[in-house]
Design a protein around this ligand. Structure first.
Ligand SMILES: NC(=O)c1ccc[n+]([C@@H]2O[C@H](COP(=O)([O-])OP(=O)(O)OC[C@H]3O[C@@H](n4cnc5c(N)ncnc54)[C@H](OP(=O)(O)O)[C@@H]3O)[C@@H](O)[C@H]2O)c1
Length: 266
């Protein structure tokens, strides 16, 4: 079992995360190194009924996640998570005397600019407690009924990226390879994708579709000893077998009461 102190967690993460500056990826694909990571229950749910936010990770694996945040240039969530959980995406669980000064950049996938200007991410930026959030919207979104300027006034940097229509929803989804290219060109060399359900599913599907440029480099899933039930929120439920990438096992660690499984994408 991994005793979770800053040094041990750092060693664990260094042994499983790819090294920034990997020339193969940077030269060939011009995208950041991508870590997809989330916590799930034993029955593969990431949230409760109706999207209710659940604290699935125990103390040790939560600390590991906060350390992982410090090892990435940016953290990405979908607008569903931003509206539902109002996350801070910082590393506040690390004791102050151990906490690295690096703050990851929050990135929100928000095709139609639905982010609330009073959300914690923007508030933290205004109070100098977080980096300026980047809100990724559809490049063809006309002024968004003034929502663009409202979000910019609240502190966001709004970036347009092409979107594509998705069969099961009326609006478009940001095109993931285009998004990664844009982030890379803006200096993001490592990206941690934290969810939620729809984002996890679309990154996995994109990974299978674009093989061998796998999109995700490392998948780190924390499994908590809990059962949520069928009315909880799962991920990848709409994905067909052909839309699921193959995994190569890298490492499994027990952290407190949780199991953390690290895989690479084949
Ligand atoms: N356990 C965990 O580790 C964990 C982590 C994070 C979140 N969660 C949970 O996940 C739930 C939220 O999941 P969710 O599915 O409702 O929302 P989500 O995945 O956070 O956001 C999905 C939304 O993002 C926008 N989007 C734009 N481009 C996209 C793309 N390429 N791929 C996917 N989405 C794109 C779409 O909305 P627009 O069309 O409006 O832009 C889409 O509906 C919450 O209950 C939260 O608590 C759990």
């Amino acid at each position: 079992m991994l005793a979770v102190g800053g040094q041990r967690v750092t060693e664990f993460l260094s042994s499983v995360l790819p090294v920034p500056g990997d020339s193969r990826l940077e030269d060939e694909f011009q995208r950041p190194l991508v870590t997809l990571t989330f916590a799930q229950s034993l029955d593969a749910k990431i949230a409760g009924k109706g999207g209710k936010q659940l604290i699935l990770s125990g103390r040790e694996s939560m600390l590991m996640t906060h350390w992982m945040r410090t090892k990435h240039d940016a953290i990405l969530v979908g607008i569903g998570t931003a509206l539902n959980d109002d996350p801070q995406l910082n590393s506040r669980h690390i004791p102050e005397d151990e906490r690295p000064s690096h703050l990851p950049r929050p990135v929100i996938l928000d095709t139609n600019l639905r982010l609330r200007p009073d959300c914690k991410l923007l508030k933290n930026y205004r109070e100098r407690k977080g980096r300026r959030p980047w809100v990724i919207c559809d490049a063809n979104l006309s002024s968004g009924d003034g929502r663009k300027s409202i979000l910019e006034d609240a502190g966001a940097r709004v970036i347009g990226v092409p979107s594509v229509d998705v069969i099961w929803i009326s609006s478009g989804f940001i095109v993931i390879p285009d998004l990664l290219k844009v982030l890379y060109n803006f200096g993001i060399k490592s990206l941690m994708v934290e969810g939620g359900a729809t984002v996890i599913g679309s990154f996995l599907a994109e990974c299978a579709r674009t093989k061998p440029n796998t999109i995700i480099d490392t998948l780190i899933i924390t499994i908590a000893p809990m059962l949520i039930g069928d009315d909880g929120v799962g991920y990848g439920e709409k994905l067909l077998a052909t839309q699921i990438p193959s995994l190569k096992h890298i490492q499994t660690e027990v952290m407190g009461r949780d199991v953390v499984i690290v895989s690479a994408l084949k």
